[in-house]
Design a binder for this molecule. Structure first.
Ligand code: TXA
Ligand code: MG
Length: 326
């Protein structure tokens, strides 16, 4: 098949096959969101538990009413402010939405992605495409087509190639099922302050003990994880930690904003940008590269603990927990 043949990709979706496609955040593993047989293939390919809900990608906000009911004005305000873009809205599900999409919950996650290939595919397909990130469950999300082929290969009928994803980390997820109390379930490039300005109400992150909040697999303590154990290290402790490991004969991978203190054959060092957007853009590719460097550990210089870095710190903390569990 020709590279990026949108008509054939849409035909594969209609035939119940899986199509991986780029979005501005990460690559998605797509299936017809109205076809339970196709949806089941997503869970099989990813090794994902069946009760973890999927985001439905829409061609335009005008499709909202086909997937959600009792849509609050806040949802339309956010859709017009941020769509197409890296924001997922959790709304009350339409009764026709399959249980495999919602994980059997009363809500559904919806977004319009901001990528020309994703939008072309959605318009040609003409309906919702359910798509989790196109990685094995719990592992690092893919930000290039090659990452998808490396990890899922045979299971996917078509992989559309849109080059590296512009944002690089997954969408912000906002729970609007209780519209008077909008809650961020997963931080992303669109922050709480920006959402609050658009809604004229304070938007906060879901607190760990909130039992009303819907389940979010991206909110598991362990997620986005490399296979190599990963540790976050404060900037002022990094060079001592590196020297100690090298002195002990350990092979070490480092992701840091500072430059390497020593050139050493046992040391694989990647420089990360001190700018949030550039850091996020490269984060998963950097983690994949360091994970394949055959090192005993990955040390990551902790970014600033500020609101601006919230989404990156969230991913790094879960990667640290996840890598130490496997
Ligand atoms: O940027 C993104 O959101 C990417 C691209 C492909 O769009 N997708 C993505 O999908 O990150 P996934 O499946 O890896 O993460 C989706 C998250 C999961 O944590 C899931 O639990 C949550 O969205 N989610 C989906 N529907 C939900 C619902 N009804 N209630 C609560 N959380 C939901
Ligand atoms: Mg994911």
């Amino acid at each position: 098949m020709a590279v990026n043949d949108i008509a054939q990709a849409a035909a594969a979706l209609k035939a119940g096959e899986l199509v991986a496609f780029p979005t501005e955040t990460v690559y998605g593993l797509g299936a017809d969101a109205a076809n339970p047989v196709a949806l089941a293939k997503i869970f099989a390919a990813k090794g994902r538990p069946a009760d973890h809900p999927l985001i439905v990608h829409l061609p335009a906000a005008s499709h909202l009413e086909r997937w959600a009911i009792n849509i609050p004005p806040a949802a339309f305000a956010l859709a017009s402010a941020f769509w197409p873009g890296p924001l997922t809205l959790i709304l009350q599900r339409h009764p026709a939405v399959p249980d495999l999409v919602t994980g059997g919950q009363a809500s559904v996650g919806l977004r319009v992605p901001n990528h020309p290939l994703a939008l072309a595919l959605l318009r040609e397909f003409g309906s919702g495409i359910a798509a989790p990130s196109a990685n094995r469950f719990g592992r690092i999300s893919p930000t290039t087509a090659q990452h998808v082929r490396d990890e899922l290969g045979e299971a996917v009928a078509v992989v559309l190639d849109g080059g590296p994803c512009a944002v690089g980390i997954e969408s912000t997820i906002l729970d609007l099922t209780r519209p008077e109390r909008p809650r961020i379930l997963r931080p992303g490039a669109i922050g709480a302050a920006e959402l609050g300005r658009a809604l004229h109400v304070a938007v906060t992150e879901r607190s760990p003990g909130d039992e009303h909040a819907p389940r979010v697999s991206g909110a598991l303590a362990a997620h986005y994880a490399p296979r190599t154990p990963l540790q976050l290290v404060a900037p002022e402790h990094l060079s001592a930690a590196v020297r100690q490991a090298l002195a002990a004969g350990e092979r070490l991978a480092v992701l840091a904003m500072q430059t390497t203190p020593d050139a050493h054959s046992g040391l694989v060092w990647r420089i990360a940008s001190a700018d949030f957007s550039a850091y996020a853009h490269d984060l998963y590719a950097n983690l994949r590269a360091l994970d394949s460097a055959a090192c005993a550990r990955i040390l990551v210089e902790a970014p600033p603990a500020t609101a601006a870095w919230r989404a990156v710190n969230d991913r790094l903390q879960r990667a640290a927990v996840g890598s130490n569990n496997t």
